[in-house]
Design a protein around this ligand. Sequence first.
Ligand code: ZN
Ligand code: ZN
Length: 711
Amino acid sequence: MSNGFLRFKSFKLSTKSNTINRWLSTGFEEHQLTSVQCGALLQSFMSTKSVGRGKRLHAYTITSGLLFNNTYLCTKLAAMYASFGEMVDAGLIFDRIVLKSSFLWNVMIRGYANSGLPEDALVLFGEMICFGQKADNFTYPFVLKACGDLLMVRLGREVHCQIVVRGFAHDLYVANSLLAMYLKFGEVWVSRQLFDKMSVRDLTSWNTVISGYAQNGYFDEAISVFRVMEQARVGQDSVTFLSLVAACANLSDLELARQVHGRIVGESLEYDAFVRNSLIDMYCKCGFLVGAVKLFEGIVDKDVVSWNSIIAGCVRNGEPVRSFTLFRRMRAEMDEVDQATLTSLISACNQLTALQCARCIHAYIIEIGFGFDITLGSSIVDMYAKCGSVEFARQVFDEIPTRNLFSWSAIIAGYGLHGRGKDSLSLFGQMKHSGIKPDGVTCVSVLAACSHAGLVDEGREIFEKMSSEYSVVPQMEHYICFVDLLGRAGRLEEAYDFIERMKMEPSIDVWASLLSASRTHNNMHLAEAIADKIFHLKPKGTGVYVALSNIYASARRWKDAEVVRAILRQRKLKKPPGYSFVELNRTVHWFLVGDRSHPQSEEIYAKLADLRIHMKEAGYKPDTSSVFYDVEDDVKEKMLECHSERLAIAFVLINTRPGTPIRIAKNLRVCNDCHSATKLISKLVGREIIVRDARRFHHFINGSCSCGDYW
Ligand code: ZN
Ligand code: ZN
């Protein structure tokens, strides 16, 4: 067979579909088919992806004796199996063929490359060259694809050279594959050069470059190529827009997002299911939830992806309660729920610290049969820990049949969050014993656990073993944890030296961690020195400026505090308002500082006044150093008393039976005064009070806290 591909074409043309239909309607086994007729049938099965019929015809060619020594039919069969992705069968037939055409080689290389077997594709390509068969424009695209998938940069470049030498560089198909390969290597600029040099481009070329940029995180470049595309008046399709929508989402650029949406409407592509779902996702990521909801409600035939996008969007935009409302509607309207839905619900629950809600989600997951999924199981462990019950987390963890790194990391981090560093460390030991190597995330969790529990030596040992034993190169987050660990333990100078000796340029967060430690340990001299360093690094967020103004306020240096506050105002940066929330009877109640909007507000304040009397009797003296305004002490006391977590505690006290544990979540760190007040309240009212602040959990029982005043 001199040119397999041409023969393949001619048979395709000679195939008459009505004849094929006649053979099929009666069952082809009834007919005495020739090998040419069998070839035509195989071709038809290949295009209709009829795997079962193809196998029956294979059997027929064996029983009828047609297949024996028939290179033509064997080639057809190999091609059919390769197109189905059944490469073992294709390979068995391929090996039996003595005279292998270039068509056959190409079919096999393509089959391997498209079936997730890029190594086999490349091995076969090597054999093809050894057998003296020349690669052509049907071979190269799949060899390039395989090189790209395996990130074999060197080989990829060699094949590129071969392509240039053999004159295939201007073949559109080959050129597009070259673009795609370099983009997979992350060599964005090489592919851009190739793209700019292309004399002919089709839409695949444009889309390859735009999607490649988007996938490699070069979102601005993706948009710029799109602009060039518009100027060149090249038509765009849904593939182009999907990449652009992804770029806008990642850039969180609402203005641009609106423009792209407009162009999509202009091209009448807004009804494409993929496009509209990704538009919802885009608006959510741009923080424009109203727009996303409007789009979502406009969809008549909402699919599971539409629901998932909007539910995840609500969670992302800090509206977890709304995501539950949407989920109830979703269940009423459709049966389908997938892992993405459940993952969003779990995140919503984590945001709310809603233990009751966590139990409902857990029960639901078991009910619909997702219970034994290892990833989901690990998320449930994480959820219970974040919702305040490390005991439930442990129970679920113990029930997971096979544990992976995620499950271990979830439980280790969970214990850390609750200040149970010893338990974290013991589980870390068990994990290593079970043969699982920790990764960067586990190391962060266990270092944070040591930090929250004040286990300095243990933390140091882990930090030192990271590179040598666990092959984890310390990243900035590990340095932050370690500085935090030393700082909390009051080893300020050691922490300072450690930062100075760091192998990378310390980030603002590293210094900020030590700043907060020097404040806790009242080392104003060091705090100011660090503040200078931080100022020099020009921080973006509000936290550091607020911390600095607090340092001056604690030292009663009101003028300096005012200077920092002026900078905050000048930079239009504001301290986020403190709020707490609590779940009661499946409803979440929110409290801002000094809030009087709650329907039970009067009772809440009466309860606080009542508590104040009992607390004073017990010897409580408010720590007014947390108040950063120059006002009289009794005003300061009142300001502290209406901190959001106290309102939430009073609210639960008046609405639940004596002895019921109180679970509160707060967006900021608990202040010193609220911490001592809550300790005392837990003793006075005889209740366990569990508070999740921005950093960790505090379990207040009978006058003391699990954090050991160390947070
Ligand atoms: Zn407070
Ligand atoms: Zn505490």
